[in-house]
Design a protein around this ligand. Structure first.
Ligand SMILES: [Zn+2]
Length: 331
């Protein structure tokens, strides 16, 4: 395991955590007409040597279960009992959070998880990606980017890691993903068909030697206890595995590994009557929804194109031609 010396203070911009202490504040990356553009940062500097783990949530800031999980974790960890250090950004994209905007920044219309590694001379999302990777994630040996389905997306929990070809790093990345996810893991190779994808924060972090996983639970703008629990348990398990906190990680049970994923779409338009839920095992040809027109006549029976596990079900109740209905994992 990567060991990071934590004796002495940890300083990121103006936020300084002395040995055995917690510090918090905002990191400024630019300004809007109404004031500074910032993200919150919490540093927990432990009393004994150990790894540095970075947690980021709110890259997509309408994904509330992961945001709440990171908030709870930074409040519950006692730095005087911590080995190593925890760096946490509970809401990366504050302008999305303030305005309850899904998917993209209201400032430049960009998806922060599609502009990594970012650039100093780019637009504000690109600047944010660069500061986050250079100054926060890059200061850690390990990183978890916590996500959920975004607005309108109901999602089966999973954890993913982008393979690097470095056997030591990849063994640790897979171990973290298995420890985090209750069931499904996604180990991305160069084919680019499953996440984490090459333009994302996690992928960029792995390319600078950080063992970085992508972890999803929750979705559709909701904040449900069971979804938060998956994240809190996942982070706790990882911290125990890294020996940052006391306790043994939960047993590493069987995990299903994703190979690919496919989207099933409507070809006709109208009211959608769903026939599937996240986690359902689908068979090729199985009906996933029916579409009826405004007269109440059934105009389409939408069927799965193959076998798989329903990983994402869209919450919309009306579809137009080409709209997604379900995305299934091929395992
Ligand atoms: Zn997300």
């Amino acid at each position: 395991m990567t060991e990071t010396r934590t004796k002495g203070a940890i300083r990121i911009r103006g936020i300084v955590a002395e040995f055995g202490q917690r510090a918090q504040g905002f990191v400024t990356i630019g300004e809007a007409a109404s004031g500074p553009i910032q993200f919150p940062l919490v540093i927990l500097n432990g009393v004994e040597d150990g790894p540095t783990l970075c947690l980021t949530s709110g890259v997509h800031a309408t994904e509330y279960a992961p945001i709440d999980a990171v908030m709870r974790i930074v409040q519950s960890i006692d730095p005087t009992k911590l080995r190593g250090a925890l760096l946490a950004v509970p809401v990366v994209n504050m302008r999305m959070f303030d305005s309850r905007t899904g998917f993209v920044s209201p400032l430049d219309g960009l998806n922060l998880n599609k502009v990594a590694p970012g650039r100093a001379d780019g637009s504000i999302s690109e600047i944010l990606a660069k500061v986050l990777l250079d100054e926060v994630i890059g200061a850690a040996g390990y990183h978890i980017d916590l996500h959920a389905g975004d607005l309108g997306e109901m999602l089966l929990p999973f954890a993913g890691y982008a393979l690097t070809g470095n056997r030591e790093l990849d063994a640790e990345g897979e171990a973290l993903a298995r420890l985090y996810s209750p069931k499904l893991i996604s180990l991305a190779d160069s084919s680019g068909t499953i996440p984490p994808f090459a333009d994302g924060i996690c992928f960029a972090a792995t390319r600078r030697g950080v063992v970085s996983i992508f972890a999803e639970s929750g979705g559709n703008g909701t904040l449900e206890e069971a979804d938060v629990r998956v994240h809190v348990d996942g982070v706790t398990n990882v911290m125990r595995y890294l020996r940052m906190i006391d306790g043994a990680p939960a047993a590493d049970g069987p995990r299903v590994a994703a190979r690919d994923r496919k989207v099933v779409r409507a070809t006709r338009a109208g009211l959608l009557r769903l026939r599937v839920q996240i986690g359902d095992e689908l068979r090729a040809g199985q009906e996933v929804a029916e579409v009826c027109n405004v007269f109440g006549e059934v105009v389409e029976s939408v069927r799965s194109s193959g076998d798989g596990i329903a990983g994402l079900v869209w919450a919309h109740k009306v579809v137009n031609t080409g709209d997604p209905i379900v995305r299934y994992w091929i395992v």
